[in-house]
Design a protein around this ligand. Sequence first.
Ligand SMILES: Nc1ncnc2c1ncn2[C@@H]1O[C@H](COP(=O)(O)OP(=O)(O)OP(=O)(O)O)[C@@H](O)[C@H]1O
Ligand SMILES: [Mg+2]
Length: 217
Amino acid sequence: MNPKHEKGSRIIIVTGGSGSGKTLLANHIAKDIYGGDCEVISHDMYYIDKDRFDPDYRVDYDAPESLDNSLLAQHLMKLKNGEAVDAPIYDFKTKDRLEKTLRVEPHKVIIVEGILTLAVPELRQLADLSIFIQVDDDIRLSRRIIRDFVRGGRGALEEGGGLEGELKYYFEHVKKNYKKYISPLTDVADIILRNNANTPDQMIRRAETILTKFKIV
Ligand SMILES: Nc1ncnc2c1ncn2[C@@H]1O[C@H](COP(=O)(O)OP(=O)(O)OP(=O)(O)O)[C@@H](O)[C@H]1O
Ligand SMILES: [Mg+2]
């Protein structure tokens, strides 16, 4: 156990739709606000591997049941108690968990980021603070396309790839599930940050101000 964190980690949930800026904000908070005394756990690491589903079952990766939420909840409880955990590593290409795991030590703060982190009650109840990043649908879609398609980043190209596949996936899964699971959580989150501007600077400054003001830093 890291002696500095005998009392355990505080948990901050960062949520919002796909393309809202969760990964960007979480990494910024970890590095620039907590100077590294903070680890980011992505909910995506806890996807259930495809072998644990019925072969005929069409997994919806934007729905809570595609994630091993009980395992993540157990890990967060351990981190809150000052214990390290071995987080799973998910391979998006094979849709399987790798043999190896990622050791996560307790830190002052653990950020858990993902589209469904706040939508799952057993995760929500473990958060000391929750941040919802709110961005208009068309802006989030544009950012996803630029990140996944134009820049060739992480691809959610479930329907055969290409821009057409990206848009089909967005309208059939991402948009529908955003309405169902994510947008209602603006009523539940402790803090709402808007990130519609052309740069994330304003959102980052507001996050810094709030975390400092409420002595979460
Ligand atoms: N205000 C902004 N202006 C311009 N680009 C932005 C802004 N905020 C975020 N981005 C960019 O938009 C893309 C999406 O951001 P990011 O990957 O952090 O979203 P996310 O919420 O983690 O999405 P996902 O749920 O799909 O992982 C990234 O390329 C990021 O650099
Ligand atoms: Mg992300």
